[in-house]
Design a protein around this ligand. Structure first.
Ligand SMILES: NC(=O)c1ccc[n+]([C@@H]2O[C@H](COP(=O)([O-])OP(=O)(O)OC[C@H]3O[C@@H](n4cnc5c(N)ncnc54)[C@H](O)[C@@H]3O)[C@@H](O)[C@H]2O)c1
Length: 255
């Protein structure tokens, strides 16, 4: 992968304190990018930024609740003021903090959980794009990578009745943005991870359940956060210059 084009460029990563987000911040920083690490868990985001700086990289943390439009507008302005621009926007945060267990079947679902899930998983990426795309256009282009989920396509009979549809909406938003700004140098893609071995996933499932999941993949191997980070880096790089509007699965091959 040729990542020379990313050297010195700026990435903003939401959910940057989480398992996949932190791995992605680290991978982008290792490729020479400056990173804005955004998360509602400010202290954890600062730890990620500090670790990057300790390695000689450049990073700044931002404690932001992405459910708030006002906070998103301020974030975009602050990050652009700090770094001068945003070249790569990685919308990765998701309202999994509400608890997958609360996001149950239809009859248990509350409007509050549905609205919060959509606010963080779909409205926040839309708002961040709306704030940052004008700066990308001024600079002649940019890259947007959204983290969706296989849950948009594979329905669960037990849970995630808000999460799944929110990710499907994020995927459609991805394609609309790609269609609207492609000729002006902006590429927008979504990654659909399958189950990724993260503390969050491990807290939700027994080892037996996890073994059953991995047993259904073609590679019989669990994804790790670094697998998703590698795809973000590739999509951000000029090697992916002909790829936009795509929904790309990184899941060990699910039939
Ligand atoms: N882990 C998996 O198996 C898996 C599978 C498919 C898709 N995904 C997706 O990958 C992405 C990252 O997930 P992860 O597994 O690293 O989970 P994670 O919980 O480790 O990370 C999510 C991060 O988002 C942050 N966040 C949540 N609500 C927020 C808000 N309102 N404002 C700002 N930050 C907020 C959390 O604090 C957390 O750090 C998510 O979009 C998730 O839907 C994960």
């Amino acid at each position: 992968m040729n990542t020379a084009s990313l050297e010195g460029k700026v990435a903003l990563v939401t959910g940057g304190a989480g398992a996949i987000g932190a791995a992605t911040c680290n991978r982008l920083a290792a490729a020479g990018m400056k990173v804005a690490v955004v998360d509602v868990r400010g202290e954890a985001a600062e730890e990620v930024a500090t670790a990057i700086r300790d390695q000689g990289g450049e990073a700044e943390s931002y404690a932001v609740d992405l459910a708030s439009e006002e906070a998103i507008v301020s974030l975009a302005a602050a990050a652009i003021a700090r770094f001068g621009t945003i070249d790569v926007l990685h919308n990765n945060a998701a309202a999994v903090d509400g608890g997958y267990d609360r996001d149950a079947t239809l009859l248990d679902l509350t409007s509050e959980l549905w609205d919060h899930t959509f606010a963080v998983n779909v409205r926040a990426p839309m708002l961040l794009c709306r704030e940052i795309v004008p700066h990308m256009l001024e600079n002649g282009g940019g890259v947007i990578v959204n983290t969706s989920s296989g849950a948009s396509q594979i329905a669960s009979d037990q849970a995630r009745t808000a999460y799944g549809p929110s990710k499907a909406a994020l995927e459609t938003l991805t394609r609309y943005i790609a269609a609207q700004y492609g000729t002006q140098g902006i590429r927008c893609n979504a990654i659909l991870p399958g189950p990724v071995m993260t503390p969050g996933l491990q807290a939700l499932h027994t080892q037996e359940e996890l073994d059953a999941v991995v047993g259904r993949t073609m590679l019989r191997r669990f994804s790790v956060p670094e697998d998703i980070a590698a795809m973000v880096l590739f999509l951000a790089s000029d090697d992916a210059r002909q790829i936009t509007g795509q929904l790309i699965r990184v899941d060990g091959g699910r039939p």
